[in-house]
Design a protein around this ligand. Structure first.
Ligand SMILES: [Zn+2]
Length: 497
């Protein structure tokens, strides 16, 4: 390996090609692959993943990165790339191969028993595998190291520099401001959203959703949309970013907000600098920021009346029998209905944070060893009763609803909340930076908004951390006050609280 920046880039490009191929195989598995293809596909995954791992921990590559960082002088961008690569090499080295293998086996067992437990509606079926997962996650935290709380080590895997101390502040404010707001709303007269649940032709829905993506300026020459059970965005490179959506014959809201959400993720990936493919500067910065880009479209733009002034007549013309007589204001209230419920993924934008808060509290106690797995179902149910006033009648509506723990992804959930909080802060900044933003949205013009996101978020890749990006763009670190203000104003208008 020549000791040049060029050979560093070439090595990373090899890894990127393999990762993009893995991504394409998994996209195909979700969208097109016939059932019998699964067996060989699993082996293809494991062969390619092993090649990625080998390239990532190649001692020659490690030497090269060390040499370049210490023996050469580079500009800011090159140094940031090298530093990020060095960090991920060090992180990989902290987890010995035996530990990684043990983890893979535990996850495969956990996923199977999680599915079985859901079918049998019996948490006890999943409990032994989850016990192993939690023990491994605690071991992982020790191996990775942490300064404050062991949970910090795991949080860092998804959101660099995130700590329990920072999250405590966020979730305390959610408890103080959002929980009472939800309670106040539940004492008001509920809005009528029954017209959303009529029969809507599925093909017309899909056509409309393609139109929505075009309105968002999602680039179909660098992407496409398909249908899947769980909507997702997948990136092969910035010029090939694919999204999926979900179509439900009896619920027009599902397709609309799944499409806008994934479209927001897709715009971020399409906006990454394509000539930095394979380098950290060509990759998304963190899960929290990724989610901010989906949520800002889904909620701050996509559930506000401005944009619907423009979109609603289009929707009405596709579904005149279902919506012809429904006024815009009625539609607006219905799609912003707040109601405590059991399932996180279908929660409204307020109660969503309470679902995340519950998972955060549970994961933190698990990392502290404060709670036994056998008591988890009871703990889950009591927290739902305490915070949301609802109790699951079966585990699939409660402690078994999320796939995350079976994947060993402790520390992931908080990034969902961070995403919405960042989104509110970015949108508030956009209102300051763009003259007449609401008026632009009313005429369907999203260009200035997208340009602002491209300039302040997308184009930077990993050159700055999430916290630095937020400060550079908005002049302050993450501040939940923006979300609280947004929520209070919006729901005062809808519910009079
Ligand atoms: Zn998302």
């Amino acid at each position: 390996m020549k000791k040049t920046y060029e050979s560093y880039k070439e090595h990373l490009l090899k890894i990127a090609h393999l990762n993009s191929t893995l991504a394409l195989l998994s996209w195909d598995q979700e969208i097109y692959m016939p059932p019998k293809g699964a067996q060989v596909r699993a082996r293809q995954f494991s062969t390619l993943s092993a090649m990625v791992h080998e390239l990532s921990v190649d001692p020659e590559f490690e030497k090269l990165v060390y040499h370049l960082i210490h023996k050469s002088s580079f500009g800011f961008k090159e140094m940031r790339n090298l530093q990020e690569t060095q960090e991920s090499i060090l992180q990989n080295k902290k987890l010995p191969t035996t530990f990684v293998k043990k983890g893979a086996m535990a996850r495969s067992e956990a996923f199977q028993t999680w599915e079985q437990a859901r079918k049998e509606e019996d948490f006890k079926v999943f409990a032994p595998a989850l016990t192993k997962i939690v023990a491994l996650e605690r071991e992982k935290a020790d191996l990775l190291g942490f300064k404050g709380h062991p949970y910090d080590a795991l949080l860092n895997l998804y959101e660099k520099d995130l700590t329990v101390v920072k999250l405590e502040k966020v979730f305390t404010q959610i408890k103080n401001d959002i929980v009472p707001l939800v309670k106040a709303i539940s004492e008001k007269e509920q809005v009528d959203d029954s017209f959303l649940y009529q029969v809507y032709d599925k093909e017309d829905q899909f056509e409309f959703s393609l139109g929505l993506l075009r309105e968002m300026k999602y680039d179909f020459n660098s992407g496409r949309q398909d249908i899947s059970t769980h909507p997702f965005t997948i990136n092969f490179n910035a010029n090939d970013v694919r999204v999926t959506t979900r179509v439900n014959k009896n619920d027009i809201a599902e397709v609309i907000w799944s499409t806008i959400h994934e479209g927001g993720h897709g715009l971020y990936e399409q906006g990454l600098p394509s000539n930095n493919y394979g380098l950290p500067s060509g990759e998304y910065v963190s899960l929290g920021i990724h989610e901010s880009q989906s949520r800002v479209w889904e909620n701050n733009i996509g559930r506000a009346k401005h944009w619907w002034n423009y979109l609603y007549p289009k929707l009405q013309s596709v579904f005149p029998n279902q919506l012809g007589e429904v006024a815009l204001d009625t539609f607006y209230r219905a799609v912003n209905k707040v109601q405590p419920s059991l399932i996180r993924t279908s929660a409204d934008e307020l109660t969503y944070h309470i679902h995340v808060l519950i998972r955060y509290e549970i994961e933190k106690s698990l990392m502290e060893g404060e709670v036994e797995i056998v008591d988890l179902e009871e703990l889950w149910n009591s927290k739902y009763q305490e915070y949301l006033g609802v109790t699951p009648s079966k585990p699939s509506e409660g402690v078994l609803q999320d796939i995350h723990w079976s994947h060993g992804s402790l520390g992931y959930f908080p990034t969902y909340s961070l995403g919405s909080l960042y989104a509110a802060q970015f949108y508030a900044q956009a209102e300051k930076d763009i003259l007449g933003l609401p008026l632009q949205l009313e005429s369907g013009n999203v260009d200035a908004f997208l340009k602002l996101m491209r300039k302040n978020i997308h184009q930077h890749g990993k050159l700055y951390t999430a916290e630095q990006l937020c400060e550079k763009f908005t002049g302050e670190p993450l501040n939940i006050a923006h979300f609280v203000k947004y929520a209070k104003e919006k729901y005062r208008g809808i519910y009079g609280v």
